[in-house]
Design a protein around this ligand. Structure first.
Ligand code: NOJ
Ligand code: CA
Length: 550
């Protein structure tokens, strides 16, 4: 059965940073509602909202204290219902983030679970160890151990893969599985069209008393992914969850965040017979060029460049291997923005957008990318609210870096400065708020929406043209094939029985010259300078062109 999401073009909204409607400096649901005409005009047909549930905001909403209510900073349930209705009236589907691996420590389940070992919610979470001893040496994604002491004083510890205020749910408990299914059904019942399943690959954990092997000379916790990522029980537990949803809401789109999953696991998660996800988001697209790193400085927040050979290989494998549609993206709220991290000129940003989004799959455009927005620049470590930044800056200084330069590096690589306020117009704070933005930092001089709308050559108008092309049948259904002209280019065709489109991108700053396969070529869209003499194509620095072939 054809599904709406076979043709999805998704726009990712970080609700806190999109549009504030009441001057408190925090973006909200009514703000998003005001901007629906903008979204419609852009040419997207679905939005993914990062979490908007009641949350202490330790991790900007990924720490949920009540799944059944909207955080008051974002609005009310009535606002959410109105947002869904308005989006639908504009032909835009709504995908909500769904945080199923953990809750906030303020969630009533956890509050009860830590009252005593006999709490009826005790088994909703993962408690282990005794006499204050941690069961294993596993490390959390957010630093330190995955274990924190049980506040009830039992001597046990509870498990948290992320912040210690985000305890992991115990999916081994069937009650938890049912309870999370109920939450999903509640929101689908409100009319939303899909769920982005946060960190779903982590819901199953291995033997909690198995240490990760070390050289034996240090006691630092180790991020022991093999013991808490992609274990077989993930599939066993999520299958009934997904089947229940599909039985009740056959058109619900299940988009899983499968950060570390290999392509083969992604195949398992998304194959129709598996009854799990409709598509996944992988973090494996962007291999960095390790050789380009400066070994005299700590690596963690060093700006990196992409290893383009690896990139071509990864892309073609994901394109060719998945039976379902891959997701296509350059950035999201967990990484630096495209225009900061990868593209060093507007031409390059445009070419990379052409490269990525015209492939087979579902584009996910991170808000502001269509304007060329960059990461904010922070001028003190404390703005990052992340202890690893302090440690990096201190180390960089001892190795001879100026503090300001170290902070520049972190601003260009850290996820938080990628979550800056959307730039709407020339007024104070870019029209995002009349108050003080919740996240304040120096913004780059990207032209706001109001100016870009007027300029037919703007990035915004380029994205509109690109998305209009993406909506054409050949770019929705066409077969993908990479043509091999070496690592300095990325050239592919999309082909149906009726039409062929050829996309050619120069990945380097040097001219790229090559001969196109026989045919007549007419350009549909381009970025940068190119020349065409017969079938010989010359692409200038980072230039690209999209051809219709006859
Ligand atoms: C993945 C989300 O994208 C990230 O922002 C969050 O911190 C973790 N999951 C934990 O929910
Ligand atoms: Ca607000």
């Amino acid at each position: 059965m054809a599904s709406w999401y076979d043709r999805a073009i998704i726009y990712q909204i970080y609700p806190k940073s999109f549009q504030d409607s009441n001057g408190d400096g925090i973006g909200d649901l009514n703000g998003i509602r005001q901007r629906i005409p903008y979204l419609k005009d852009l040419g997207i047909n679905a939005v993914w909202l990062n979490p908007v549930f009641v949350s202490p905001q330790v991790d900007n909403g990924y720490d949920v204290a009540n799944y059944y209510a909207i955080d008051e900073r974002m609005g009310t349930m009535a606002d959410m219902e109105a947002l869904i209705a308005d989006m639908h009236a504009a032909g835009i589907h709504v995908i909500m983030d769904f945080v199923l691996n953990h809750t906030s420590d303020q969630h009533p389940w956890f509050q009860d679970a830590v009252k005593s070992k006999n709490s009826i919610y005790r088994d909703y979470y993962i408690f282990a160890g005794k006499n204050g001893r941690k069961p294993n040496n596993w490390g959390s994604f957010f630093g330190g151990s995955v274990w924190a002491p049980d506040p009830s004083g039992s001597g046990q510890s509870y498990f948290h893969l992320f912040d210690k205020r985000m305890p992991d749910l115990n999916w081994a408990n069937p009650e938890v599985r049912l309870a999370m299914g109920d939450v999903a059904e509640f929101w689908l019942g409100k009319g939303i069209d899909g769920l982005r399943l946060d960190a779903f690959i982590h819901i199953a954990k291995g033997d909690l008393y198995q240490n990760y092997p070390t050289a034996g000379d240090d006691n630092e916790p180790i991020v022991a992914e093999p013991f808490f990522a992609n274990l077989p029980k993930v599939q066993e537990w999520l299958r009934p969850f997904a089947e229940r949803i599909k039985a009740d809401y056959p058109q619900a789109f299940l988009l899983g965040e499968a950060a570390s999953a290999s392509v083969n696991l992604a195949v398992d998660y998304t194959s129709a017979y598996a009854h799990l996800m409709d598509s996944v988001i992988t973090f494996r697209y962007f291999t960095t060029d390790e050789e380009a790193l400066d070994d005299t400085l700590p690596h963690q927040y060093q700006p990196t460049s992409i290893d383009w050979h690896q990139f071509r290989e990864t892309q073609v494998v994901w394109q060719q291997t998945l039976a379902s549609l891959p997701t296509l993206y350059w950035s999201n709220h967990d990484m630096a923005r495209l225009a900061t991290r990868v593209a060093h000129s507007e031409t390059e940003a445009r070419s990379l957008a052409i490269l990525m989004y015209l492939q087979r799959g579902i584009p996910i455009i991170y808000y502001g990318e269509e304007l060329g927005m960059q990461n904010l620049q922070f001028n003190s470590s404390s703005q990052f609210a992340d202890p690893s930044v302090d440690a990096f800056v201190k180390k960089a200084i001892t190795q001879g870096k100026a503090k300001a330069d170290a902070l520049k590096m972190v601003s260009a690589t850290h996820k938080l400065p990628a979550r800056g306020p959307m730039s709407w117009d020339d007024s104070a704070h870019g029209g995002f708020t009349t108050g003080t933005p919740w996240l304040n930092g120096a913004a780059s001089k990207t032209a706001p929406v109001s100016a870009q709308k007027q300029d037919k050559n703007s990035m915004l108008n380029f994205y509109k043209q690109l998305l209009a092309i993406k909506a054409e049948p050949v770019l929705q259904e066409g077969k993908f094939r990479l043509l091999d002209f070496g690592d300095s280019t990325y050239v592919y065709t999309r082909q149906t029985a009726l039409e062929t489109v050829l996309v050619a991108v120069n990945l380097t700053a040097r001219d790229a010259v090559f001969t196109l396969p026989a045919g007549e070529y007419t350009a549909l869209l381009s970025a940068g300078a190119y020349g065409q003499t017969g079938n010989e194509l010359t692409l200038g620095a980072h230039a690209s062109v999209v051809f219709q072939r006859y």
